[in-house]
Design a protein around this ligand. Sequence first.
Ligand code: ATP
Length: 723
Amino acid sequence: MPGEDTAEENALRAELAAERSYTDVCRAALGTADAAAQDRVREGAGVLTGQHSGEAAAEGVAGDGASAEALGRHLRSRAAELQREPDGPPFFGRLDFLGAGPGGEEAGEHRGQRYYIGRRRVSEHPSAPPLVLDWRAPVSRAFYQATAVHPQGVGSRRRFGWAPEGTGTAADLTGLEDERLADRPRESTGEGPSGAADGHTLASRIVTGEIERPRVGPMRDIVATIQPEQDDLVRSGPDSSMCVQGAPGTGKTAVGLHRAAYLLYTHPRRIERGGMLVVGPNAAFLGYISAVLPALGEGGVRQCTVGDLLPGLPVRAEDPPRVVELKHSARMAEVLRRALHGRVRLPDSPLAVPDGSYRWRLDEAGLRALVEETLAQRPPYEVGRERVRARTAALLREQAERRAGPPGGAWLRRMGRTRALTGFLDSVWPRTKPEEVVAGLLGDAGALARAAEGLLSEEEQRALLWQGRRPRSPRTAHWSEADLLLLDEAAGLIDHPEESFRHVVVDEAQDLSPMQCRVLARRSRFGSLTVLGDLAQGTTPWAARDWPEQLAHLGAPEAAVTPLTTGFRVPSELLGPANRLLEALEVPVPPARSLRTGGELRTVRVATTAGLARVVQERVAAALQREGSVGVIAAGERTAAVRAALEAAGTATGAPGGEPERVAVVEAELAKGLEYDHVVLVEPAELAGSGPLGLRHLYVALTRAVSRLEIVHAAGLPEALRG
Ligand SMILES: Nc1ncnc2c1ncn2[C@@H]1O[C@H](COP(=O)(O)OP(=O)(O)OP(=O)(O)O)[C@@H](O)[C@H]1O
């Protein structure tokens, strides 16, 4: 009854009412801004088609057709983005800086100010003071970092609770929570917000609620609840590369994506969207994360696998596993380099270059020295060729100078292009293509032996050589998937790739082979990397054993490695088996710990293997009675039977990664990076027994559950899961 409300409740109600009004103001401003953007597009389009300003505009006010077209494209894509941007709460936090008085001096220019913080800036018009600040603006940092010990001039921090399925209208604002940072006794409150003793327990209901919110569909952004150690990583500068070694569920992927959004906002000129690349392990994973950047207002960032960057030749051959491994090894890069540079022939005769009626002569020794010196510099092959051309022309110039004084630049250019000089180049430093280099190696035992001496054993060389499928010409070769890596490497040795990114975020980086790392290193030569991974989750035959070596392959040997150990996914009750298994994996990473409790772990014994699918189906049916997503994880060969049993019982199932179905059946190999509220892990012995990497797959599978993990088995349980 209203009459019985306490003063505190009344005050809260009044605050909520005020914040709802502010929500209305922000939404109105957002509506105006969007309408204005649409208008600009219409006007821009009108200008471009000549509708608005007559003849002159037919040419385009932007000067020429090409830039007018670019302007039009820009305007259209901006408007499309605004339209795409999902409705959502206009803000999630508020900072009240201290005024005059104790602590106020720390607030600096923000003294006495109040700021709302949201996913994007909101203002009535571009030059009006913002109603809401972008979470990436410098002052927003205090929202994530201020603590009672270091309040940074913040008097109080407010967090807002919004209806999860709402669209961010005033009615969707359901709660708020204040933390007073200034008037707490500083000695007694420890580091973390809300008086957490070690920064790893959360007293904020809103933060806890957000972290524990059931997961359905694709990954969400975490802007409202980024933790201080994550924020440090998100906001580190664009110039240096960094590596995050994080236990499962510690937010590596989230950090990487938010960092991408942060860099695009903070350094828009340096890192345009086209200059940002996000690399993930497979299509399912990319589907799962694809909505995060657009939700943060950053559409149009390329998100792909390493394979997507490779030459687009059809794959028509398959290599045995040993050969695949060999082709992924770093040694192949050196073999290819030698093969390529092995094409260079030292000059064995003098060169005569006709110049009108005169002939210049260059002696063999001078030419030889020049080619040898260039080779020793190990330049990209094409660069080397041009260097030899320029230096040969320079020798001609020296002669001309002695004879008739300094010749002009035009003469020098002409001499550099004479048929005689180009013919000389073609004989000592012939042009070549990646296909020619790789085919010349895999199709010729002698050439391979020369390039591989001391690097590959005879037996390895035999394994690499094409047997029976030797093509007539490189163009008709049947390439395997791993050959595409060799082709890309060869292309990179010939010339720097055209495609180049200013920043590359690499997720699950522990799984990349040296040759895959080099694909990324070549494309980020002038940029920096955010490398995310977990050595314990390495499940490829070439998975990294330590970070320094992997970072060297990625071209970022100087990157600092920062660990994240606080998990936001797996509750502590479910971490036991995973951490026991971790010990058996023998990787140099600390065990995960969790910020969350309340997990449920259950083991279900089935009498016979034949009965597994039916029990799984029952467990899934039970899981569906509760909120959230369900992931059934099994060895690849078992998934078909499980899926069939579920479908037979009328349960629709999806493939992993952001599909609309609530139940996904996931092969263990594809489970990496994904998460489900309820995981049914089927016959773990089959995962554990699937080769030397089996235990790693099991580790990944065990760490996918947000709330509940059920282990269904007929065979004996692997050691770590017993007891
Ligand atoms: N600060 C946070 N606030 C709320 N949720 C968070 C936060 N950090 C991470 N999460 C959530 O925790 C879950 C795990 O995060 P994420 O997938 O980024 O971890 P990861 O380290 O990449 O895991 P894995 O190693 O298994 O791939 C996600 O649902 C993510 O949204």
